[in-house]
Design a protein around this ligand. Structure first.
Ligand code: G1P
Length: 284
């Protein structure tokens, strides 16, 4: 049973400067909802309601977002604007939130290791909020949690990327078990296309077994001189303990301007355009 989800959220978001100069990149909105909230909603959809954040300097807005704002709520109480807070209130009621800070930026693996005190000795999920995933039936994380129930090992979500993009991702290779599952034999962080073992790229959804922390403590820094989660997973993969899952759904790389705009268009059409369920401008 997985109950915990970790959100590494210490990065600077330099690709979005100046917007991210004094605002966490995870607070950038897709239409009217910050990226981090989409991530937490996905965790909850998978039954994970113990939420941990690894933050850093300048990230206090994250804590404030997952808290009540008494003055604002008093101000809009009884008006039609109140409905706009329904979803975030539901998350605050349902989840517990714990925070720890990454003091030095030493890579995603190091950020995850910083979250160890929040995750305890259980298997847990990791969501990178700048990968926004949409789905028709079941969220990507709930698809993965269902797989974990059967396989009880680390699982990474993967999708095929164009070969010239391998240097932006962790890349996996291994043996196909069926059309959506690969038993990973090796993982490499951001290989150049010439040396990439495949074009199957890890996206920002992971389920990790807790032995990952001991591995993270002992592996040397890898690419960019940073501690890479990909390298730690590679150690587990050598024991046959990692699955790569070709998820159902669509992922937007909201860490890039193009992906961010594409996600905005998608969510606008889905939730906000005339005919969608969300309150339209006239209703607000
Ligand atoms: C990180 C990981 C990489 C993974 C990617 C998914 O890279 O290091 O292995 O493929 O997230 O979004 P980043 O995008 O933080 O550079």
């Amino acid at each position: 049973m997985i109950r915990k989800c970790l959100f590494p959220a210490a990065g600077y978001g330099t690709r979005f400067l100046p917007a991210t100069k004094s605002m966490p990149k995870e607070m950038l909105p897709i239409v009217n909802k910050p990226l981090i909230q989409y991530g937490v909603e996905e965790a909850v959809s998978a039954g994970l309601d113990q939420i941990g954040f690894v933050t850093g300097r300048g990230k206090r807005a994250l804590e404030d977002h997952f808290d009540t704002n008494v003055e604002l709520e008093h101000q809009i109480a009884g008006t039609d604007k109140e409905a706009l807070l329904t979803d975030i209130r539901a998350l605050i009621d349902r989840c517990t939130f714990a925070y720890t800070r990454q003091v030095e930026m030493k890579g995603l693996g190091h950020a995850i290791l910083t979250g160890e005190p929040l995750m305890g000795g259980e298997a847990f999920a990791v969501v990178l909020a700048d990968d926004l995933c949409v789905h028709t039936d079941e969220s990507v994380l709930s698809q993965m949690v269902a797989l974990y129930r059967t396989h009880q090992c680390s699982i990474v979500a993967v999708e095929e990327v164009p070969l010239d993009k391998t240097a932006s991702y962790g890349i996996v290779s291994g043996e196909a078990l069926d059309e959506s599952l690969v038993r990973v034999s090796a993982m490499v962080e951001k290989p150049e296309p010439e040396v990439a073992p495949s074009n199957l790229a890890v996206i920002g959804r992971y389920i990790l077994t807790p032995d990952i922390f001991d591995i993270l403590k002992r592996i040397p820094p890898g690419r960019n001189n940073e501690v890479q989660i990909t390298d730690a997973l590679n150690e587990q993969a050598k024991q046959g303990a990692v699955l790569a899952y070709r998820f159902k759904g669509q992922r937007f790389d909201c860490g890039s301007i193009e992906g961010f705009v594409a996600a905005t268009e998608h969510i606008f059409r889905r939730d906000y355009a005339p005919g969608a369920n969300y309150p339209t401008k006239q209703d607000r």
